[in-house]
Design a protein around this ligand. Structure first.
Ligand code: F6P
Length: 360
């Protein structure tokens, strides 16, 4: 057996551990493993396909990033081609990709990706490619799995930042508005906000009302708690409002870039409450660095489980964490709708019960 690994799309802490888990368990079966570099660039562009063995994956479990490199602009269905006039046209190169895959003699593709890359995996599967997916995204918004890898690390980074922001907010009697990632799902905001004792948590799932946010800050002030911490997911929207965008969707399958909501919320709070307010965007800090113990273990398990799924011929599936085990779910099911935060989740109920303002 010759299997190919791809780590296309945005990176997430744990990618290298997935690669290591997959490579070592495939080698254990006597299989050959190849890594496609930089998304699908290794098969369609100038990048390469590299042989991966025990030497290549030694000492990488604890490292952030991916030894294969990645890009979120290499969809084979929307491959960006620069035209002589400077514009970019998207071309469907999926047939070429399948031909390149076959020319390399690959028997299966393990696609380690978030919703965008897993969607590409599903489309390739529909065209006959034997694919197994591994759910990667710090946003934790892939259905069918309780956790995607990278999420725990991102929550831990954001919680650490909130702990630090607390002391400076308190010394200055300020409101600090901290923007965390989470395009359409508020998992990072909710879990880090609660663990980091935020007073207000704004999620994409609950359009927020600034009056309610300011009321919470004023109530705290009246009780002598003259500082407040607000956590806002990048995809949170004011009631009747829209997402704050940094850039529109781009060629190659690049999604629109969100960001900037913290600045807007901070300006509105300062104007309405008269309190000195600062905004901070954690951004890609949440995607980088060493994976937590939880993510390392989950990633190793995902990598080995993906190889087990290939061995069992379970193509068109994704490995999923359904505690206490890892199993496979159909990719189609996992991608049907994003896994957003259910409003009746006990964590949401608990947030309300302990007095956290969710902006509604
Ligand atoms: O999907 C994961 C994610 O971290 C989102 O939360 C964020 O909007 C996006 O990636 C940013 O991606 P990039 O800056 O790499 O395009």
């Amino acid at each position: 057996m010759r299997i190919a690994l791809s780590t296309g799309g945005g990176d997430a802490p744990g990618l290298n551990a997935v690669i290591r888990g997959a490579v070592l368990s495939a080698v254990h079966r006597g299989w050959a493993v190849y890594g496609i570099q930089r998304g699908f660039g290794g098969l369609l562009g100038g990048d390469k396909v590299m042989r991966l063995g025990p030497d290549e994956v030694r000492g990488i479990t604890h490292l952030g990033g991916t030894i294969l490199g990645t890009t979120n602009r290499s969809s084979p269905f929307k491959w960006p081609v620069r035209q002589p006039d400077g514009t970019v046209r998207e071309v469907d190169r999926s047939d070429e990709l399948i031909a390149a895959f076959q020319a390399h003699g690959f028997d299966a593709l393990v696609m380690i990706g978030g919703d965008g890359s897993l969607r590409i995996a599903q489309q390739l599967f529909e065209k006959g490619l034997p694919v197994v997916g591994v759910p990667k995204t710090i946003d934790n918004d892939v259905r069918g799995t309780v956790n995607t890898f990278g999420f725990d690390t991102a929550v831990s980074t954001a919680t650490d930042a909130l702990d630090k922001v607390h002391s400076t907010a308190e010394s200055h009697d300020r409101v600090m508005v901290v923007e965390v990632m989470g395009r359409y799902a508020g998992w990072i905001a909710l879990n880090s906000g609660l663990s980091g004792s935020a007073d207000v948590i704004l999620l994409p799932e609950i359009p927020f009302d600034l009056d309610s946010v300011c009321r919470k800050i004023a109530e705290r002030d009246a009780r002598g708690r003259r500082f407040s911490i607000v956590v806002v997911a990048e995809g949170a929207v004011p009631r009747g409002g829209a997402h704050v965008l940094r850039a529109p969707a781009g060629p190659g399958g690049a999604m629109e870039r969100l960001g900037g909501i913290a600045e807007r919320v901070a300006a509105a709070i300062e104007e309405r409450t008269g309190k000195e307010t600062r905004a901070l965007t954690l951004g890609h800090l949440q995607r980088g660095g060493r994976p937590t113990t939880f993510d390392r273990l989950l990633s190793l398990r995902f990598g080995a489980a993906a190889v087990r799924a290939v061995a069992a011929g379970e193509f068109g599936t994704m490995v999923a964490h359904v505690p206490p085990t890892i199993r496979t779910v159909p990719l189609k099911e996992a991608l049907a709708t994003p896994k957003t935060v259910p409003l009746d989740l006990d964590t949401v109920l608990m947030a309300r019960e302990i007095g956290v303002c969710l902006g509604d």
